[in-house]
Design a protein around this ligand. Structure first.
Ligand SMILES: *Cc1c(COP(=O)(O)O)cnc(C)c1O
Length: 390
């Protein structure tokens, strides 16, 4: 099953767990989204901006030196080369065109690492829309360069000081804002998360990644890959990378979560590996929680993976055995980042570096496999953290 049922469930996960005041907004969004599926003018406009503004298609790059070192054939899907430096803009562009179609004039978004905030501020500037970004106070500190970027493009950034002062709390504030201003405001969620139809919509906008990659790998290597892998925060780059390979049963799908200080330490963000079903931000997912069902704080060296939940479709794919989920520590991720920088001259985001770190694990991968890894973003934003550790 590739699409959720009418209530927004992928198997046992998903749904629309929101206050009544938001149900009409979600219904209108679903209706408008269904309307654009075969709207050729909408599709043409999206394709125009993806090509001329974002820079798609992104290359599928054969990483020769890394391949030799790891005894694999490794291809990197270069989402880091998108305008704004990550995959997130594939989604924000799709959603802002949708918002325009619905007659909205104001955009809000939550952000963790600031990458989604930047991608949202970017498309708001492009489309002349008012933009307000919610960001945890700790993340504002960790990612000050991205805050400056957003402001330069005309967005206002609201600092969220409740809870852990990170992404989870910023999301809660964004939902509150949306409830108050739903008439003129569209909420652009940054990952394949939240109530239906967001997980479906975000996955579809991101699926351009695997649409291109599948053609590229067949063109370059003559066959399907053995393994497709990506890091997992909420799940948008992973689902975008997996989508067009879901039916190719010989292709292993590997997702890599943040094990932070270690899976037994309680300082991690491995919601697929260690979570239990629970409701967070509008849908039922695998969530990090204590015995009493209180949401636990996530920890990761990368702000973009620092979230205690994960989207419903990945939960479903894991439960049905299609997705293999692994987790790597902060330390391993830094190693992965360093290895790619030294061998290939590419500085990856710390989020992405989690997937890179798994390349050294022969027990999981086996040798001599053809692998596509989603290089979800570039590491400029993380340079301070990286420099402090390696
Ligand atoms: C936001 C982000 C992620 C994590 O988000 P997903 O929705 O799981 O993709 C991963 N990599 C980069 C570079 C990011 O900016």
């Amino acid at each position: 099953m590739k699409n959720p049922n009418k209530d927004g469930f992928f198997g046992n996960y998903g749904g629309m767990f929101v206050p009544d005041t938001l149900m009409p907004a979600l219904a209108a969004l679903t209706q408008c989204y269904e309307g654009i599926q075969d709207d050729s003018a909408f599709i043409a406009e999206l394709e125009y901006y993806l090509h001329h503004f974002v820079g798609r298609p992104t290359p599928l790059y054969y990483a020769q030196n890394l391949s030799k070192q790891c005894n694999q054939k490794i291809y990197l899907k270069r989402e880091d080369l998108n305008h704004t430096g990550a995959h997130k803009i594939n989604n924000t562009l799709g959603q802002i065109l949708l918002a325009k179609k619905m007659g909205k004039t104001r955009i809000i978004a939550e952000t963790g690492a600031g990458q989604h905030g930047v991608a949202t501020a970017t498309v708001c500037a492009l489309m002349g829309m008012q933009c307000n970004i919610y960001m945890g106070a700790s993340d504002i500190e960790r990612q000050s360069l991205n805050v400056k970027r957003m402001k330069l493009m005309g967005a206002s950034v609201s600092s969220v000081t409740s809870g852990s002062k990170t992404l989870k709390d910023a999301t809660t504030e964004a939902i509150r804002d949306w409830m108050k201003h739903v008439e003129n405001t569209h909420y652009i969620i940054g990952s394949a998360l939240g109530p239906h139809p967001y997980p479906l919509m975000v996955r579809n906008f991101q699926s351009i990644i695997s649409k291109e990659a599948k053609e590229q790998i067949i063109d370059q290597s003559g066959s399907l890959p053995d393994i497709v892998m990506a890091c997992i925060g909420g799940g948008s780059n992973a689902l975008g990378m997996f989508y067009h390979f879901l039916d190719d049963k010989t292709v292993r799908l590997l997702g890599v979560e943040a094990a932070g200080e270690g899976l037994s330490s309680n300082q991690h963000a491995a919601s697929l590996s260690k979570g239990k079903p629970g409701i967070l931000h509008g849908s039922l997912n695998s969530v990090l929680q204590d015995e009493n069902g209180q949401i636990q704080l996530a920890h990761s060296i990368s702000a973009g993976l620092d979230y205690p939940g994960v989207g419903p479709e990945l939960c479903h794919l894991k439960e049905t055995g299609r997705l293999e989920a692994y987790a790597v520590t902060d330390k391993q991720a830094l190693q992965g980042c360093k290895q790619l920088a030294e061998l290939e001259g590419i500085i990856a985001a710390l989020e992405t570096s989690h997937a890179l770190a798994l390349l050294s694990d022969d027990a999981i991968l086996k040798k001599n496999q053809t692998i596509i890894l989603c290089l979800s973003g570039r590491g400029d934003k993380d340079m301070e953290t990286i420099a402090n550790h390696v």
